[in-house]
Design a protein around this ligand. Structure first.
Ligand code: MLT
Ligand code: MN
Ligand code: ZN
Length: 306
């Protein structure tokens, strides 16, 4: 399969419009060696065929499509390589890009869990609004471990795994999490047998999550924060990384420790990186620590052939 990183940043992007943290100010001024990134989304397609699956619809989707010619094949006067959209949660950074796809000539095929459907039908009624434009053809993601395929994308099999993370503030279940608020996804190329485990929002590595990670050839997971108190120390929030459903990379029980337990052959990468995270600075000791641990930091327009 071929994976295109459309956006590698967390909500707000990098640099964030109103932020003057050392990363954001430094990348703007050219004094920090770091690349700007848009909000997280990936596009996955099989080796044969142009059409694929969009995982999450970021508010930056139009810029992302313009930057990736493969998403805009010219077979007809109106065309797209996006055969369907699969949502990992109902947060703004992963769902509001759906508005930008409203010019479709037919309802947008959209896979999401029931709780995410609640978020986008009630708390932030994106789906109701889209009903006034192209509409969506909603398909339910089950949480029973069953696999599904996206019509038009032959050779990719998908399986969802419920995760501990956090629903959006407008979610009916923000303070009473339910399974399916956030999911991870195993994407398997049925021809080669190679697989990706994708989880841009991941708060806790439960046994089933570790099993899914250990069974994948490529693990691409939550890279939001380096430390649990990153936003508090910068005076930007009162909440820890774990409070908002993101496992930090450093420290005991952090993502680096978990990734070290994966098989030596597993390719390891971080996505959904917050603008405050020191790993964005390519000259930082934190970035060097990741390199030493064999963990990649994804960036926009990166292409991975798996
Ligand atoms: C998150 O991942 O925690 C959210 O997307 C934060 C946000 O609303 O930007
Ligand atoms: Mn997010
Ligand atoms: Zn910043």
């Amino acid at each position: 399969m071929r994976i295109t990183i459309l956006g590698a940043a967390a909500g707000g992007g990098f640099p964030q419009w109103n932020c003057n943290c050392s990363n954001c100010a430094g990348v703007r001024a050219g004094t920090v060696r770091a690349r700007p990134r848009t909000q997280s989304s990936i596009f996955v397609r099989p080796d044969e065929g142009a059409d694929g699956v969009l995982f999450n619809a970021s508010p930056d989707i139009l810029e992302q499509i313009r930057a990736s010619a493969t998403l805009q094949p010219g077979r007809r006067v109106r065309d797209t390589a996006i055969a369907g959209v699969v949502l990992m949660d109902g947060q703004i950074d992963h769902s509001t890009g759906l508005f930008m796809l409203r010019e479709r000539g037919s309802p947008l095929p959209l896979w999401c869990t029931d709780p995410v459907h609640d978020d986008l039908a009630q708390g932030n009624p994106v789906l109701r609004v889209l009903g006034h434009f192209c509409g969506v053809q909603r398909e339910r993601i089950a949480l029973d471990g069953s696999t599904f395929t996206v019509p038009g994308v032959a050779g990719l099999s998908l399986r969802a795994l419920p995760l501990q993370s956090k629903a959006a503030p407008y979610s009916p279940h923000r303070d009473a999490p339910v399974p399916g608020d956030n999911i991870g996804m195993t994407v398997t190329d049925t021809r080669s047998g190679r697989s990706l485990f994708y989880a841009p929002g991941l708060g806790e590595i439960e046994p089933a999550v570790f099993d899914a990670m250990a069974g994948a050839d490529l693990v691409m997971v939550d890279g939001t924060f380096w430390t649990n108190d990153e936003m508090i120390r910068l005076g930007l929030s009162r909440k820890t990384a774990r409070d908002i459903g993101h496992l930090p990379q450093s420290g005991p029980g952090g993502m680096i420790e978990w990734m070290a337990r994966l098989p030596a052959t597993t390719r390891k990468a971080l996505i959904h990186i917050n603008n405050t995270n020191p790993i964005l600075d390519e000259d930082s000791p934190e970035r060097a620590a990741l390199a030493a641990a064999g963990i990649e930091v994804t960036e926009d327009r990166m292409e991975i052939s798996l």
